[in-house]
Ligand binder design. Sequence first.
Ligand SMILES: Nc1ncnc2c1ncn2[C@@H]1O[C@H](COP(=O)(O)OP(=O)(O)O)[C@@H](O)[C@H]1O
Ligand SMILES: [Mg+2]
Length: 367
Amino acid sequence: MSETQETLLKSLQTFQSTQLVKDKYENILEHLDSGIILFDRDGMLTFVNVQMAKLLEIPRVALIGCTLTEILRHPQLSRLNKRKLLRIYRETIFHKKRHHEFCDDRGNHWLLTLTYGDQMNGDFLLSAKDVSDYKQIEETAYQNDKLAMLGKISASIAHEIRNPLTAIRGFIQLLRPHLLHMGKDEYARIILMEIDRANDIISEFLNSSKPSAPQMSVINVSSLLKEVVLLSESEALMNGCQITLQDREAPLYISVDSKQIKQVILNIIKNAMDAIEDLGHNHAGMIHIHVEQVSTNVEIHICDNGKGMDHDILARLFDPFFTTKKTGTGLGLSVSYRIIKNHGGFIYVNSDLGEGTHFKITLPHIK
Ligand SMILES: Nc1ncnc2c1ncn2[C@@H]1O[C@H](COP(=O)(O)OP(=O)(O)O)[C@@H](O)[C@H]1O
Ligand SMILES: [Mg+2]
């Protein structure tokens, strides 16, 4: 073999092995769970992986060679994705931010990372990762922290208010004979009644913000729901709304503190009635409740056709003191969330503005 041939063969071998390495890395990039897109120094798209093409809902071949402007004008790009891309452009590329987190119209959280500069030889790499699951874990931890703190604060406030109330109550009782003598027993009666009312409010608040350890018993979920529906039916009818409970032949058992679970269902029904009431009396309100067994869980579904919620409300729904009502406490759902978590279950919510809301409570099924 001549020297030239040998050199040629060597270059061919080097080329082949470089190609192999390139193919290998491209293969890895293509199948990453993050979406990846690479633009060269002229702003032309040179690489896009499977995941990113899926996110954009455009075939990869149709993307290669396009500039960002051309992608934005692409006939196959949906309006939703166009809005998303424009937003990404404005919030990251335009401001040259390296990391950015955003929530899309479907409520999914994305982490975007932008890599450029010397080490990229003028190329521009954008990666997008769906971090909804991490976000959910983070929020749950945050939520639990806040609830624990709320429990502590409210317990100490309640205690501080109760002590002076007890003293006032005692002294009024001591003064009562004198007031009676002056013909003012009515004052004493009102003062005592009002002190008792204040005490009741404190107890209620204490109960709701710091649910005690559950007193478990095994019960049939349908009988519990029947009782709750019975309790709320008259109020519902007054608000022009109908509650229906789907019958189930076979009983489903759960091990719960029935008082606490009743409180949760009542909270959700009460909210549903409020959401229906806000649509005015001409609206035929419907609250539908049904139970299902899904693998090892019992699922309680509560659907209403009330005013529904937007993303902002949904994101803060379980926050203590979050309310959109003039006389709301914003405690109902934060407490419900905690009760269900204490029972080893979870609450899921789905809602469409103007359409209605669907709450799903899961609890472990007892065979
Ligand atoms: N079924 C529902 N439909 C519409 N909005 C709801 C529904 N349930 C809860 N919400 C919203 O969630 C907020 C918090 O509810 P909650 O914790 O029970 O507190 P409150 O009822 O005192 O406002 C409500 O103010 C309301 O905006
Ligand atoms: Mg409420």
